[in-house]
Design a protein around this ligand. Sequence first.
Ligand SMILES: [Zn+2]
Length: 287
Amino acid sequence: MGYRAQIALLFLAPVAIVAAVWLLLTDAPMGRDYVIRLDLPEPGDPVELPAIAGPDDTSRPLVVIDPGHGGHDPGASGGGYEEKALVLDLARALRKKLVEGGGIRVALTREDDRFLVVEERFEMARALGADLFLSIHADSAGDREGVSGASIYTLSSTASSEAAARFAARENRADAINGVTLVGQDEAVNSILIDLAQRRTSEGSAQFASLIEREGAGTLDFREAPQRSAALRVLRAPDLPSVLYEAGFITNPDDAARLASPAGRERFAGSMARAIRIYFARQALVP
Ligand SMILES: [Zn+2]
């Protein structure tokens, strides 16, 4: 070994040792240093798909309404009301209004007091080929009775790109997003397709959220700055525009009484049905 090679080795040896230790500690190969955990239904336990109300015509747009909670999970409660029951009544009122208006297909993730895993809710919607997903909840403000009003949640952008990555990993690329089958596609192409689908989905969700605020103005009682975003699991379908509507605070006696009254439900159903109809019209899904 020449003099220069010895000098080079002297400098390179520590680097090589550090690299070797790093590889051992990080459990190479690279790219596998993450853990994916999902609360999914057991495989082989197929999700029961709900019935679709409205026209028997698959060219018509489909909205899936998801009444939050159910079964052993009552959600928020206050003044003798339980969120799971209150939001189911709101969902039914909305379905009735939409079906009466015609032209739109409607399905509910649950018709009765049953528990559904969060992922089951949007997976049902995806399996049905839904065009829009609306989860309905009622908030709790703990002891603060003064807090009132509805809010409209979309998925935050950080959570949205995380969800896209997770979706890609979970589906192992063997799925179709927006009609594009990802099987056998190049990895780079796949990630671009997922990214595009995700962006379109976020835009759709934001449009729908704005329409809810616009159509509900003067009728629904909103909180200040009602459009919000959060890392909500139920909104994580990468290819389905999704909004979570917190109809009001069950811990506020006025909100709870309003949401539980036929007149309050009717106001909710009217405004929300208009928002859904306009959303579909803009997407050119209603002729
Ligand atoms: Zn809830």
